[in-house]
Write a protein that binds this ligand. Structure first.
Ligand code: ATP
Ligand code: MG
Length: 281
């Protein structure tokens, strides 16, 4: 299945049991300082171990950057945070991930989790619908049908994703006709419309030009006041510019995790230094 199909499947599944899901979300402990506490996490694709004993704390209202060479497990890791790997056959996870203090595999409904932990992919994935309907999709599935309310959510989400001014006159045009940068911000608006508290972004700017990249980076910095953000990036400059903490992955291990300034000025591990200075990877 493509990621878009799995997202759609997830949304459809989410529609099944909405009231229950909302109860779960309301039960979350939002006073927690840490958004995620990852403890001894291992992940296997069949017999191949892709994540090895990951221990990591992701703090609320911070931007955490995940860096490391291709194939080191960044996407695998970020997808465990909202259990998107559940849809991959033969994928097995051991260890614990606490989301706002509760174990995501034991105490949190997986559908509720995906409402609260939204995801933006490398390639923008607009649905073949209008701009408006793309953004209204999540709220509709959550049971909101009042037209005025939907219009309010769409406008608010588009403002938050810094795309309202550009697209307010194109609400009823197909989202597929937008530029890549506009599509990516539309996808961020769509994620925000589902009322998450965390936004996971897997290389959200790697397909974008420098101006669109700058817009997404500015946006991430604004959004962290209200949301916790985890972002995978291959750009060392991007990690330095926007993140509070940086995690360096290598061959499925979390080799170094520190606040971003320290990581980039005095990396503890020689392999981290080699990677961030472009000497390997
Ligand atoms: N669905 C899957 N089934 C089997 N192996 C997988 C699957 N997805 C990823 N892997 C393997 O797990 C390892 C980590 O992959 P992952 O996609 O997490 O890397 P990454 O750090 O995101 O790389 P990139 O920077 O290229 O995106 C790789 O060896 C990859 O081949
Ligand atoms: Mg990846």
């Amino acid at each position: 299945m493509t990621e878009l199909t799995t997202t759609l499947t997830g949304y459809a599944a989410q529609a099944r049991d909405d009231a229950h899901v909302r109860d779960e979300a309301a039960a979350a402990d939002i006073t927690q300082e840490n958004t995620f506490d990852v403890k001894g996490l291992n992940l296997f694709y069949d017999k191949t171990q892709a994540l090895k004993n990951i221990n990591m704390t992701i703090k609320k209202h911070e931007i955490t950057a995940l860096i490391g060479p291709s194939g080191c497990g960044k996407s695998t890791f970020i997808k465990t945070l909202n259990r998107m790997n559940d849809w991959i056959e033969n994928c097995r996870v051991t260890g614990e991930i606490l989301f706002e203090g509760r174990n995501i595999y034991k105490e949190v409904d997986s559908l509720a989790l995906r409402y609260r932990v939204g995801m933006v992919f490398q390639q923008p994935t607009p649905f073949p619908k209008s701009v408006f309907e793309n953004i209204a999709y999540g709220p509709r599935i959550q049971g909101i049908s009042n037209k005025k309310k939907l219009a309010e959510i769409v406008e608010e989400s588009m403002h938050q994703a810094a795309v309202w001014d550009e697209l307010k006159d194109r609400l009823h045009e197909s989202a597929l006709g937008l530029s890549g940068g506009q599509q990516q911000r539309l996808c961020i608006a769509r994620t925000l419309a589902a009322r998450p508290s965390v936004i996971l972004m897997d290389e959200p700017t790697s397909a974008l030009d420098p101006i669109s990249t700058q817009k997404i980076e500015d946006l991430a910095l604004q959004l962290k006041e209200k949301y916790t953000i985890v972002i995978v990036t291959h750009s060392m400059q991007q990690a330095r510019r926007i993140s509070d903490r940086t995690a360096f992955f290598l061959l499925g291990e979390l080799l170094e995790f520190n606040n971003t300034v320290d990581m980039f000025t005095k990396p503890a591990n020689p392999k981290t230094e080699a990677y961030i200075t472009g000497r390997f990877g």
